[in-house]
Design a binder for this molecule. Structure first.
Ligand SMILES: CC(=O)SCCNC(=O)CCNC(=O)[C@H](O)C(C)(C)COP(=O)(O)OP(=O)(O)OC[C@H]1O[C@@H](n2cnc3c(N)ncnc32)[C@H](O)[C@@H]1OP(=O)(O)O
Ligand SMILES: CC(C)C(=O)C(=O)O
Length: 504
């Protein structure tokens, strides 16, 4: 049976400190409900003394959410604690989180104090908070840079004063994982009454080590982790909830687990990203857009044979339907065939080779190849297989500030013919040139160009309606070169009209 790691979520407090991430009370309640559903144990709802709005949010969240403990942050200042207690009054389970700086820089430069006075203020704050709530957490701010011997004295004193949880924050994100782990171990071994409290971690990501530091602390005895969704928080952010939860699920041998419903991680991440206007980077672990996307042929082939070859987490476990096989110029036949099969095509090896060659041509021009593109590629390949009588073999266009001029070589039946014409644009010039090579009088009566997806590298889809006497047909083509697509669509129409070659 695993030991429990309590998840203390501070998305609505440290996360909300990020410029641009502020939420109003209604939005905070919505996020708080999502966090409750996710299964967080403690929900830090705000810093009530900081503004009437934050006070109100903590009060409303206390009413709206009942499973997690609702926590409010304060300085080691009586008034802060009084206001926090008031904001938490209606919470079913409540905690006051108070504390003060303990590093040399915080004691002398920021607080203009002395180590002994800081211990006195810390103890007084905990005792004051204890008058309101049983559950009091003490944070030793900047513990990451504090002297371990002094830190141990502070922690011993606040536990004696009644702290039930002792938070050892790496406030500036300074520690290396082993260093932070050793700090926790030191406290475990040198604070006489440590077993009376839970040790909590609160790591910042200034050096990109927040998750590593948190896990090292857990390995050394911490049993609460302070985290945020998507790792948002002051400066470079906090430890990300999803990373800690999934790291523990992946490394079961650590024998520590959380109560988080991991299947809600993706939806919660998306909700927080959208409500807080903080998009998640594509390569973010667990919840980034590419966290379960495979784009190179060797990886795709491996994943299609056995998911575990390149995935340590089943995407279903974090709330996704499946991994993504993204088709790019680095993809191989296995990935292409997989996607085609999902689209309902079962190709012979020769056909697949043919579509693959065309796919590579397109993928070199276009960053990612979508299903629409594949439909076009398969259509183009199978179209040629049934053997069109009229084919555009060559197309050269001169355009710009010149008079648009097109030279075409068209294969009609067994012969190849060349023609050059000018026009009011490149398509007009090419269509006129082709018209000089056929017997029948044909007319384009409708012409439509559409982008398939978006971006200047997109495939353009062209539909033309071509009329010959009373016969009306529809030609189609698609290409990253829209002029080529237009001319090929016209040729497609000529095939359907079965036009004949003009004799010289
Ligand atoms: C590591 C963290 O604390 S993360 C939490 C950060 N969150 C916030 O800061 C919440 C938003 N803050 C606020 O709304 C305001 O800063 C308030 C209401 C807390 C205080 O506002 P003001 O009274 O105007 O003080 P101001 O912000 O200018 O300065 C902070 C004061 O608190 C003191 N202080 C800072 N931390 C602590 C602490 N943990 N315990 C006691 N005093 C502290 C500072 O030394 C400074 O005191 P001084 O004015 O005597 O030098
Ligand atoms: C208030 C404390 C826990 C904090 O946010 C920090 O030290 O970073």
């Amino acid at each position: 049976m695993s030991e429990k790691l309590f998840i203390f979520d501070t998305t609505l407090r440290d996360g909300e400190q990020v410029p641009g991430c502020q939420l109003n009370t209604i939005e905070k309640i919505e996020v708080a409900r999502a966090l409750e559903e996710l299964g967080v144990d403690i929900l830090e709802a705000g810093f009530p003394i900081s503004s009437p709005g934050d006070f109100n949010s903590v009060r409303e969240i206390s009413k709206a959410v009942s499973n997690p403990t609702i926590c409010a942050l304060t300085r080691a200042v009586q008034k802060d604690i009084d206001v926090a207690a008031d904001a938490l009054a209606l919470a079913k389970h409540k905690r006051i989180h108070t504390g003060i700086g303990v590093s040399h820089s915080h004691i002398y430069d920021k607080l203009k104090s002395t180590p002994e006075e800081i211990i006195e203020r810390a103890v007084a704050a905990v005792k004051h908070a204890k008058k309101y709530v049983e559950d009091v957490e003490f944070y030793a701010e900047d513990a990451g840079r504090a002297d371990n011997e002094y830190l141990a004295r502070v922690i011993e004193a606040v536990i004696k004063a009644g702290a039930t949880v002792v938070n050892i924050p790496d406030t500036t994100g300074y520690c290396l994982p082993q260093e932070y782990g050793r700090k926790i171990k030191y406290l475990m071994e040198n604070v006489g009454n440590i077993h009376k409290a839970i040790i909590s971690t609160h790591c910042h990501n200034d050096l990109g080590m927040a998750t590593a530091n948190t896990l090292e602390a857990v390995i050394n005895g911490a049993r609460q982790a302070e985290v945020t969704i998507n790792g948002i928080g002051e400066r470079a952010g906090n430890t990300s909830l999803e990373e800690v939860v999934m790291a523990l699920r992946c490394h079961k041998h650590l024998n520590v687990d959380t109560s988080i419903n991991s299947k809600l991680l993706t939806s919660t991440s998306r909700m927080v990203a959208s409500m807080m206007n903080m998009p998640v980077q594509a390569n973010k672990a667990i919840v980034g857009r590419n966290a379960f996307a495979h784009s190179s042929g060797i990886h795709q082939d491996g994943v299609l044979k056995s998911r575990e070859s390149y995935e340590i987490i089943n995407p279903v476990d974090v709330g996704l339907d499946e991994s993504v096989i993204a088709l790019t110029a680095r993809s191989g036949r296995a990935a292409l065939n997989h996607r085609l099969e999902l689209l309902g095509f079962k190709l012979e090896q020769k056909e697949l080779d043919e579509v693959y060659a065309k796919f590579l041509e397109l993928a070199d021009k276009k960053k990612d190849v979508r299903d629409d593109d594949l439909l076009y590629l398969v259509g183009a390949a199978t179209g040629e297989k049934v053997g069109k009588r009229i084919k555009l073999k060559y197309l050269q266009i001169l355009t710009g500030t010149l008079i648009p001029t097109a030279t075409v070589i068209v294969k009609i039946g067994d012969s190849e013919r060349t023609a050059t014409c000018t026009g009011n644009g490149p398509v007009d010039a090419a269509v006129k040139a082709i018209k000089t090579l056929i017997n029948e009088t044909v007319q384009i009566t409708e012409f439509l160009i559409q982008a398939m997806n978006k971006g200047s590298d997109d495939v353009g889809r062209v539909h033309v309606q071509v009329k010959c006497g009373s016969m009306l047909v529809h030609g189609f083509s698609a290409n990253t070169d829209v002029v080529k697509a237009a001319v090929e669509a016209f040729v497609d129409g000529l095939n359907l009209l079965n036009v004949t070659e003009k004799t010289e």
